[in-house]
Design a binder for this molecule. Structure first.
Ligand SMILES: *[C@@H]1O[C@H](CO)[C@@H](O)[C@H](O)[C@H]1NC(C)=O
Ligand SMILES: *[C@@H]1O[C@H](CO)[C@@H](O)[C@H](O)[C@H]1NC(C)=O
Ligand SMILES: *[C@@H]1O[C@H](CO)[C@@H](O)[C@H](O)[C@H]1NC(C)=O
Ligand SMILES: *[C@@H]1O[C@H](CO)[C@@H](O)[C@H](O)[C@H]1NC(C)=O
Ligand SMILES: *[C@@H]1O[C@H](CO)[C@@H](O)[C@H](O)[C@H]1NC(C)=O
Ligand SMILES: *[C@@H]1O[C@H](CO)[C@@H](O)[C@H](O)[C@H]1NC(C)=O
Length: 541
């Protein structure tokens, strides 16, 4: 049945046209308007009940005779009006005696209107054997009302815009139907060849109708759907699994476990472990530079040696602790990774300049050196208070420098809680290296113990001779340098009770640091007697 909306749509233009072209030459529209007018104005004559009864006596097979429970005279009268118009409209030769065809081919203006008269179709005249509504661009679902005319032999609904399902079951009473054309419509896909009824028609009745007539094609589509869908689901599951387990960095941030990296992430970050990204290599350690998906530059230290399951658990536990560390003078550990043949620690990427190179090549001023010492002590204090189990390396070649010339402790690990004395001793050596001439230490070929014993044999005066003169030492700085130097000496004295506590170290170094801040920057010598006051405001914060 054509939808109500399309019917209303048709009424509107018709009424407008009647007003503008009242004595119109536009034949079909006028006729159409006549139907509606007749339906409105004409009423059954008083003896219509008698006429109907007589008709039924003469021809009991008439549809309206069998309609139950009571005959609706008004509907039957409207039906007869529509029937007479439609018969004439369909160019039947003699509408008084016979009404063999409903032919509204190529009549888009009126076709929908006639389709909408349900009361007509309900009493569809038995004389009608052929119905043609083709080429009318009618929209809507299949016009089920037409199927009230069960006696028809021919039905043509081709070249319209019918959509939805073809009511396959409703066709079965149309036993005399020999011609059917549903071509060029937009029906939804359904397999007609399944139904016994449609077997007598061939595919030319369903060209471009949307319905599938060809059994094979339907089967193929069904198979594609039946096989394709599970395959699709499986692929989705595999894909999601891959994302979750291999590339969690593709997940929304809230689902990411940021500390655990997968081998696939590392592979992507290093462009497949490319040689350009390999920045350091030994037998068991490979160090790569990488870029994560969010743009973070990272250093990836890969350990290729085999370790036992227990050691691996220990490794993970340690990594979890290292990831917790948060200090501006500590290289940030971002996470770890376990691959089949390696484990790796991922840290933020830092410039490779270390304090040793810096001292050697740039001969920094005392101000800069004491700032580095301050940073290191600050970090040591943080670790002692929050993470006493974390051990670190204070060698000048392992402490890096940030862009802002802040020291960055880059080698650390979870170790022994009770080695504060050694940590402080190491700091002492670091202090000496920061202050004294490099040449002295080089003679000991990296052996700290020998270096320490040698230093301890020296007198203060001798030591002062060894202060790195490239600092451009002045009267004022010299005092501070000497103070810090003696602090260093106290620190390396591991045996005696003279070794200061970290708090004491912190106090001394901060004092030196604060004093250095009020000094004019750079390597300017201050003339003796210059007052420092004028600079005082600068950097105390
Ligand atoms: C037809 O209807 C009229 C009243 O509308 C009634 O008087 C008459 O008996 C009816 N005739 C038949 C045959 O039912
Ligand atoms: C039937 O149609 C013809 C033109 O085809 C017209 O002249 C005639 O008036 C129509 N009759 C009725 C009853 O509508
Ligand atoms: C369908 O109708 C249009 C005019 O509405 C006409 O031009 C066209 O030839 C018709 N097509 C067929 C197949 O009858
Ligand atoms: C089909 O045609 C035969 C013979 O003309 C007729 O007897 C029969 O009632 C028709 N079937 C329907 C469903 O109208
Ligand atoms: C389909 O059937 C019609 C008769 O109903 C026939 O003329 C036509 O050749 C058939 N077409 C095919 C493709 O079999
Ligand atoms: C149905 O209509 C289309 C379009 O007019 C036509 O191509 C096709 O041959 C027709 N099919 C039959 C069985 O007449």
């Amino acid at each position: 049945m054509a939808t109500i909306s399309s019917t209303c749509f048709l009424f509107l233009p018709i009424i407008i046209i009647i007003i503008t072209l009242s004595s119109s030459s536009l034949f079909p529209t006028t006729l159409c308007a006549t139907v509606l007018q007749d339906l409105k104005n004409l009423h059954p004559p008083p003896d219509f009940n008698t006429t109907i009864i007589n008709n039924c006596l003469k021809n009991p097979s008439l549809r309206y005779c069998t309609s139950s429970p009571t005959i609706n005279l008004d509907e039957i009268f409207k039906y007869s009006i529509v029937a007479s118009h439609l018969c004439n409209e369909s160019n039947n030769p003699n509408c008084v005696e016979s009404f063999p065809k409903i032919d509204l081919r190529n009549r888009p203006n009126i076709a929908s209107l006639y389709l909408s008269f349900t009361f007509f179709w309900k009493y569809c005249p038995l004389s009608v054997l052929s119905i043609d509504f083709s080429n009318n661009s009618i929209k809507g679902s299949f016009p089920n009302d037409v199927l009230y005319c069960t006696q028809i032999q021919s039905l043509d609904l081709s070249i319209n815009e019918f959509s939805g399902d073809i009511p396959i079951q409703s066709f079965s009473p149309l036993t005399n139907l020999t011609f059917l054309n549903l071509s060029y419509n937009c029906f939804s896909e359904s397999e007609l060849s399944e139904s016994q009824f449609f077997k007598k028609f061939n595919s030319s009745s369903f060209l471009h109708s949307g319905a599938l007539f060809d059994h094979k094609r339907f089967t193929i589509k069904a198979i594609i759907l039946l096989v394709g869908f599970p395959v699709f689901v499986i692929l989705m599951v595999i894909f999601l699994g891959w994302v979750c387990f291999q590339r969690p960095d593709f997940l929304p941030t809230m689902f990411q476990r940021s500390m655990k990296f997968t081998p696939a992430i590392l592979k992507a970050a290093t462009f497949g472990y490319s040689n350009e990204n390999l920045v350091g290599k030994s037998d068991i350690i490979h160090i790569y530079k990488g870029v994560l998906r969010d743009g973070t530059k990272v250093k990836i230290e890969m350990y290729l040696n085999e370790i036992s399951r227990d050691s691996y658990h220990k490794f993970v536990e340690e990594c979890i602790i290292l990831c917790e560390l948060q200090h501006k003078n500590l290289v940030k550990v971002l996470g770890w990774c376990k691959g089949r043949k390696f484990r790796a620690i991922i840290t933020e990427w830092t410039k490779e300049e270390n304090v040793e190179m810096w001292l050697l090549e740039l001969a920094p001023s005392w101000n800069h050196r004491v700032k580095v010492l301050m940073g290191v002590v600050d970090c040591m204090l943080y670790l002692q208070e929050e993470w006493p189990e974390v051990d670190y390396d204070l060698k000048t070649n392992s402490i890096l420098l940030s862009d802002k010339k802040e020291p960055l402790i880059s080698r650390f690990q979870v170790g022994d809680k009770n080695n504060n004395s050694r940590k402080i001793c190491n700091f002492g050596v670091f202090v000496l290296e920061m202050i004294l001439n490099k040449k002295v230490q080089e003679e000991f070929d990296g052996s700290d113990t020998e270096y320490i014993s040698y230093i301890r044999t020296l007198h203060h005066a001798e030591l002062h001779q060894m202060i790195d003169e490239r600092m451009n030492v002045t009267e004022t700085t010299l005092h501070q340098i000497k103070q810090v130097l003696s602090l260093g000496l106290m620190c390396i004295d591991q045996s005696s009770s003279e070794q200061p506590s970290l708090d004491q170290i912190f106090n001394i170094v901060s004092r030196a640091y604060k004093a250095s801040l009020v000094l004019p920057s750079a390597n300017h010598k201050i003339l003796h007697g210059d007052r420092v006051k004028g600079h005082k405001r600068v950097q105390f914060k």
